[in-house]
Design a protein around this ligand. Structure first.
Ligand SMILES: NC(=O)c1ccc[n+]([C@@H]2O[C@H](COP(=O)([O-])OP(=O)(O)OC[C@H]3O[C@@H](n4cnc5c(N)ncnc54)[C@H](OP(=O)(O)O)[C@@H]3O)[C@@H](O)[C@H]2O)c1
Length: 183
């Protein structure tokens, strides 16, 4: 695991949280934010995503234009190379798969901007946060008392910067985009 800390490609968590740091109810997310989906697509396109099997099931299909690397303890799930869907049994193998995917898919001069995204859910954020250099966080201006929590972000270790605030309307609550960089 030590080698992951110095991984060649930056490992970035991407997440949307409520004010109380809830990310979903265990099956799905609890909001629909078109601006956030657009942002998530533009940030992650062309990069590998690492996610838990429950998050993958809740999305229902591999996200195109990205490697979908899914952590599971199940041994009977089959990769689909066409759809870029890959199953791995531990976090280290997930990072190795993501590195390999970038190396095979992109020329050396295209690789400098590549990042590995930690795509959730709660179990995977907990596993991976220690290895991340950055967090792309959407703060949704709602309170939810119950659900799956994002792990504690220690203010002493992270510096946050506001990127954009989005007003709410009748379809979605106000929310804001933040980037956290490890100090
Ligand atoms: N707000 C957001 O940005 C965001 C993003 C993503 C997800 N979510 C939400 O998060 C919730 C799901 O989170 P969750 O914590 O319940 O589940 P999860 O993290 O998505 O997936 C958990 C599963 O991952 C596999 N897993 C976990 N650790 C593993 C390890 N060390 N080795 C191998 N496999 C491992 C296991 O799969 P098996 O059971 O197959 O063994 C486990 O059941 C949903 O509500 C979803 O909507 C929110």
């Amino acid at each position: 695991m030590e080698t992951i800390k110095n991984n060649r490609f930056c490992i970035v968590t991407i997440v949307a949280v409520s004010k109380d740091f809830i990310i979903g109810d265990g099956n799905q997310m609890l909001w629909y934010l078109p601006n956030d989906l657009k942002r998530l697509k533009s940030i992650t396109l062309g990069n590998p995503l690492i996610m838990g099997r429950k998050t993958f099931d809740s999305i229902g299909k591999p996200l195109p234009g990205r490697a979908n690397i899914i952590l599971t303890n199940k041994r009977n799930l089959k990769d689909d190379i066409q759809l870029e869907k890959y199953f791995v049994q531990n976090f280290e193998d997930a990072v190795i798969k993501a590195n390999d995917w970038i190396n095979k898919k992109f020329k050396k001069n295209e690789q400098s901007t590549k990042k590995i995204f930690i795509f959730g859910g709660g179990e995977i954020y907990k596993l991976a946060l220690n290895f991340c250099n950055q967090i792309e966080l959407t703060l949704v201006d709602i309170n939810l008392k119950k659900g799956v929590y994002f792990p504690f972000i220690d203010k002493k270790k992270w510096k946050k910067k506001l990127i954009q605030k989005i007003e709410g309307n009748e379809s979605y609550p106000p929310h804001s985009f933040w980037v956290y960089n490890r100090k």
